[in-house]
Design a protein around this ligand. Structure first.
Ligand code: SF4
Length: 292
């Protein structure tokens, strides 16, 4: 591998000899693979979403909900062949789909593994679960290989994205990615069991004290994408042991959550997914101490 410039960080690391800003080495490191029951119902269904958590992340939010794997140290190194076999094994276990979580630093091997797995009999949909902080050129390489895109749209304000993710350009980059994803797969299509077959769904994790920013994201979605776009409004934000700084040191309130939902509906967005705030938050974050 030569100097890496595949994500907007463009740090130029030679990952054969050093780690990038994302913590990634040259081979993909997988922290966990599991049948995930706590994704959106259109992914988890009754048997679970075949989720592959890649270790390392090019965004590195200060409040990361998966901070144990953010630095790229947890898990096993797998080449494209081993990744393809992992997808097939999740399919054999009954997964409704293959759900690739923060795979951005490993684009080349992910493309190769998906081609290989399809040739070897992978038939379930492939979901690409992204922070939204990716290059459009990278997303273009996934055309025809990914069925469902599940990008985050985390911030609208450059001040917030700089403060919490050291990425003042986040909103413009995420919007460009989302528009490219929509161009490839269109709006979300569900089968007769309510499971996603193809299309785009946007996730937004509401942060405490940041509801104004949430409303601006909803404005942009309503103005720039079809009004039927699926938006998953996530209330599960949980302060981690190290997120003691205001305003990240608490969960969001029910009032904050309800007002963001009401705003989305007022803007005409009608495919809104909501979470029960009192459901078990810990279940959303898998135990990364177990081996894959
Ligand atoms: S994927 Fe990682 S190594 Fe490559 S440019 Fe981004 S941060 Fe740097």
């Amino acid at each position: 591998m030569e100097a890496c410039f595949i994500c907007p960080r463009k740090c130029g690391a030679d990952r054969e000899t050093q780690r990038g800003l994302c913590g990634a080495e040259s081979l993909p490191r997988v922290a966990k693979a599991m049948l995930h029951q706590w994704e959106e119902p259109f992914l988890s269904g009754t048997r679970g979403s075949g989720t592959v958590f890649f270790s390392g992340c090019n965004l590195g939010c200060v409040y990361c909900q998966n901070y144990k794997i953010r630095d790229g140290n947890v898990g096993k190194l797998l080449d494209a062949t081993a990744l393809a076999n992992l997808y097939l094994s999740l399919q054999s276990d009954g997964a409704h789909n293959i759900n690739l979580v923060t795979a951005a630093p490993y684009l080349q091997q992910v493309v190769e593994s998906l081609c290989r797995a399809r040739a070897l009999g992978l038939t379930i949909p492939v979901v690409y679960n992204s922070s939204g902080y990716e290059c459009v050129d990278a997303i273009r390489q996934l055309e025809g290989l990914v069925d469902v895109y599940l990008p985050d749209w985390k911030y609208f304000s450059p001040l917030l994205s700089e403060k919490f993710s050291n990425a003042p350009d986040y909103a413009n980059i995420a919007l460009a990615c989302i528009l490219e994803m929509h161009r490839q797969v269109g709006e979300l299509v569900l089968d007769h069991d309510g499971l996603a077959r193809r299309g785009l769904a946007i996730r937004h994790l509401i942060l405490p004290g940041c509801a104004d920013d949430s409303r601006k994201i909803l404005d942009a979605i309503a103005d720039l994408l079809p009004i039927s776009t699926h938006v998953s409004l996530m209330s599960q934000y949980t302060p981690q042991v190290y997120t003691t700084e205001f305003p990240l040191n608490r969960r969001i309130t029910q009032r904050e959550y309800d007002r963001v939902i009401s705003y989305a509906l007022w803007r005409g967005l009608y495919n809104i997914l909501v979470q029960q705030r009192d459901s078990a938050e810990s279940a959303y974050t898998p135990d990364f101490t177990e081996q894959i």
